[in-house]
Write a protein that binds this ligand. Structure first.
Ligand SMILES: N[C@@H](CCC(=O)N[C@@H](CS)C(=O)NCC(=O)O)C(=O)O
Length: 318
């Protein structure tokens, strides 16, 4: 395979906490990658051309394969680059379970704290976009009530921070021991977001010395080695490549809860009311963890767009 077919391209922007999770994951594996900087708010024409409509950050591209959501990205990085592993102990299943909580409850709380506390200080276009995305259709009221309820929200974050501090209090370098694991990146991004984007973050975190020591250890991992790439080159890359063949685990599942099978035309959207556009395509492969859609585009030819099953609604197109 040529390097163009295997090079990792991350569509991201510096301030994105979920992108920071993936940048740390790339650092854990010591990988080389290309960084395409995408806009912080829509329109994101080049990104959605590749994804078919998914607008969140980050998205990973390898040739003509597009991986949406950090869950899919971390899984694919482990498959393509197994060493060093993201799962240095025998806790892979528990790590994935815990990461669902960090991606939903914990990240949600942190966005409520950060955006709620920022309130009227946010630029109007950013507030309208993130308000709808994270606070739902009645986002103006919901953001105001987040500000009023800030002490309660912080109490909900403080409890897990104290558990993490306890986990790290025996002097271990990372959450599971001496080696960094996926769960370090999957929790670190929330702490990074709270510290960097909310004025109450540093004083809150300073109450947890073991956690602060761990933050330094994770920061020291770095982001691997990256160089900047232009969005138009990423589009050209997808056009020049063909999607990778399916690997073993994406075979037909006779027990799929929704009866999903390759060849079916479906649409996919995150399972939250965030006003997002569904992505349509033909199922190329599907299993319990992942669904892969084949899409065709006049400029790109065939691309495969990968989504996690957990956290996404899949509907048959009628
Ligand atoms: N479950 C997704 C969440 C992605 C997400 O919500 N990312 C935030 C940025 S950190 C986002 O997309 N914000 C809006 C945007 O970047 O347009 C994942 O794990 O990748």
């Amino acid at each position: 395979m040529s390097s163009a077919e295997t090079e990792i391209i991350l569509h991201n922007y510096p301030q994105s906490p979920v992108a920071e999770k993936v940048r740390v994951a790339l650092g854990i594996k010591g990988l080389r990658w290309r960084s395409v900087e995408i806009p912080r708010i829509p329109p994101k024409p080049m990104l959605v051309k590749l994804t078919g409509g998914y607008r969140r950050t980050p998205v990973m591209q390898i040739g003509a394969d597009i991986y949406c959501d950090s869950q899919c990205i971390i899984r694919e990085l482990e498959r393509r680059h197994p060493s060093p592993t993201f799962f240095p102990t025998n806790d892979k299943g528990l790590i994935w379970c815990l990461s669902r909580w960090t991606d939903t409850v914990l990240f949600d709380l942190s966005t409520r704290v950060v955006l709620g506390a920022a309130g009227d200080d946010l630029p109007a276009d950013f507030a309208a976009d993130r308000g709808r995305l994270y606070f739902g259709p009645d986002w103006r009221e919901a953001m105001k009530s987040a500000l009023v309820n800030l002490p309660h929200l912080v109490s909900q974050i403080k409890a897990p921070l104290s558990w993490l501090d306890e986990q790290l209090s025996d002097g271990r370098s990372f959450l599971l021991g001496d080696s960094a694991a996926a769960i370090d990146a999957q929790i670190y991004f929330v702490v990074w977001f709270l510290r960097g984007r909310w004025e109450g973050g540093p004083p809150l975190l300073s109450q947890f010395p073991a956690l602060e020591r761990w933050e330094q250890n994770v920061k020291a991992i770095g982001h691997g080695e990256y160089s900047v790439m232009d969005g138009t080159d990423a589009i050209a890359r997808a056009a020049a490549c063909t999607p990778a063949p399916l690997h073993g685990s994406h075979t037909d599942d006779p027990h799929d809860p929704q009866g999903l099978q390759p060849g079916m035309q479906v649409r996919i959207v995150p399972d939250v009311d965030a006003g997002e556009r569904p992505i349509e395509g033909e199922i190329k492969g599907v299993n319990a963890e992942t669904i892969i859609l084949k899409r065709s585009d006049d400029d790109l030819g065939d691309v495969c767009v990968h989504f996690p099953r957990a956290g996404y609604v899949v509907e048959l197109c009628s």
